[in-house]
Design a protein around this ligand. Structure first.
Ligand code: PMP
Length: 358
């Protein structure tokens, strides 16, 4: 057949949808299966969010506010910046793609640590940029010195995932200071802080507070995790006004829907409840880490809402064994398994599954 699409896309992994808990429960004859595979917070939508969605439903025959004015103002106020520094997108993953589009021409380089967020290689490839992967350190962390050393005159963008998905590890203040001082001013550094709300180590800097004044730093956040809006797709970035304006130009028009804008505004009003829920997740994370370290050696720290089991070649079999016991986790074959922190009952079910699987 005549080739109609770009041949370089053949090398990209296709998206493999996670197992649906309802299907798995039916197959196993269980009342329900447990999904600990996508790093959501398990406590349902925040109070006020379903009502805001219902109200917004009455207006869905109209286009959303393309400037996302009210939400950008609310985000700007919460994070202590001006609205011209904020852009929202269809999840922060879309904003990462828009940042690549706003910085890279074909053949330019995007540096990121590996293993990190699976979307990064896809974003680089679809932008026709070159991926420069810097291996994680032996303890599953970004090697920031090696990342700085990988900069060339083709480098346009560096993605720093802090805490890192899927390993949960985080880079600290001193190493980030040194890294940002070493990176040339004309290279944009994205601090992808999708899991910021789960960080407990005071030495892991809040990118906005620590580096928000640097013109070449962009902080990427999401309302999908701590804020409970994964299904509605709202992410945002804070950048220098010129960078935010350039990103807003390349955003797919209307990609923050009217329902998403209304829900996000309601979620932001429930910040106290977000803190309470994150504290529950953090307490469970520590309990899970202690328990799982008795089963798997070398489980790294986690500053996120998931833990990483470096099971290497056993990862796929471990994932399958957990599924047979009604618990869906996220194996990265040949490397490790990521397990999202769930409710205490869900985590106990995972620990029981893990114990018998191992
Ligand atoms: N960054 C990281 C590090 C992530 O893990 C995720 C979600 N898995 C995202 C960004 C994207 O989140 P969303 O598009 O839902 O905002």
């Amino acid at each position: 057949m005549t080739r109609l699409t770009r041949p370089d896309l053949d090398a990209l992994p296709s998206y493999v949808p996670g197992r649906s808990p309802a299907d798995l429960a039916r197959e196993l004859g269980l009342p329900e299966a447990i999904k600990l595979a996508s790093n959501e917070v398990p406590y349902g939508p925040l109070p006020g969010v379903p009502e805001a969605i219902a109200q917004a439903a009455a207006g869905v025959h109209r286009y959303p506010d393309m400037g996302v004015v009210a939400l950008r103002e609310a985000l700007a106020e919460r994070y202590g910046v001006t609205p011209d520094r904020v852009a929202t997108g269809c999840g922060s993953v879309a904003l990462a793609e828009h940042l690549a589009r706003a910085t890279c021409l074909p053949g330019d380089e995007i540096i990121y640590s590996w293993r990190s967020f699976e979307a990064y290689p896809i974003i680089a490839a679809t932008t026709a940029a070159t991926s420069v992967r810097v291996p994680n350190t032996g303890d599953h962390r970004h090697d920031l010195r090696a990342m700085a050393a990988a900069v060339t005159d083709r480098t346009r963008l560096i993605l720093v995932c802090n805490p890192n998905n899927p390993t949960g590890t985080a880079v600290r203040r001193a190493e980030l200071d040194e890294f940002l001082d070493a990176v040339p001013d004309n290279v944009l550094v994205v601090l992808d802080e999708a899991y910021r709300e789960f960080v407990t180590d005071p030495d892991v800097p809040d990118g906005l507070a620590a580096y928000g004044d640097r013109p070449n730093v962009v902080v990427l956040r999401t309302l999908s995790k701590a804020w409970g809006l994964a299904g509605l797709r709202v992410g945002f970035l804070v950048a220098a006004p010129e960078v935010a304006a350039a990103v807003r130009k390349v955003i797919t028009p209307f990609s923050t829907s009217s329902v998403a804008q209304a829900a996000a505004l309601a979620a932001l009003r429930a910040a106290d409840e977000v803190r309470r829920r994150c504290d529950l997740v953090i307490a469970e994370r520590e309990r899970l880490l202690t328990a799982v370290r008795k089963l798997v050696p070398d489980v790294p720290e986690s500053q996120a809402n998931f833990v990483w089991l470096p099971l290497g070649e056993r990862s796929a079999a471990f994932g399958a064994a957990c599924e047979r016991r009604g618990v869906i986790v996220r194996p990265f074959p040949g490397d490790g398994v990521r397990v999202t922190v769930g409710t205490p009952v869900e985590n106990d079910a995972f620990l029981a599954a893990a114990e018998s699987a191992l």
